[in-house]
Design a protein around this ligand. Sequence first.
Ligand code: AR6
Length: 179
Amino acid sequence: MMNGNSSPRIEVVRGDITTQQVDAIVNAANSGLFGGGGVDGAIHRAAGPGLLLECREVRHNTWPEGLPVGHAVATGGHDLPARWVVHTVGPNRHAGQTDPALLESSFRASLETAAGLGARSVAVPAISAGIYGWDADEVARIAISTVRTTTAPGVELVRFVLFSDRLLEAFQRALEASR
Ligand code: AR6
């Protein structure tokens, strides 16, 4: 039996995050929380319109100026298999956001938020590795090392769900290197 304080098991798989049978999935959102392309668009399509309505409420009630880079906020999963969606905003390299601490903060805040909800299993995409323009190997290295150094009580499984072979291989290499 794992106790709540042990480090979670890390899996890396190729797949679609919207179909994952886990407690929470992480969304690589934008600070407006109004949906978008990439994994954000896929999650909103699969979750249905209720997710956007809830995101609007979160904007209005909690983050009227938008969710800052490196922060995370939770909503329900609506029509997804997952019970919750944890929305985070990764740094956008095209906007000059090149500090690795920002990306680390996105992964850390997402896991801490999932832990706060009581999630035991969390699926995570390659935040900032798409439209936001970060290098696959750098994202993979930061993602794995941040999971290893984050305290997320009760989280037993962190599954990175990668959408391409290139990203899958980057995460496999980073995981191997961290053992
Ligand atoms: N499951 C898992 N990963 C996916 C999926 C999916 N269904 N679809 C795409 N990916 P991106 P970012 C991968 O661009 O770089 C949005 O418009 C994708 O191949 O989704 O953080 C937001 O609203 C890539 O490897 O997120 C923001 O404006 C990874 O997910 C902006 O994009 C992340 O790529 C955020 O950009």
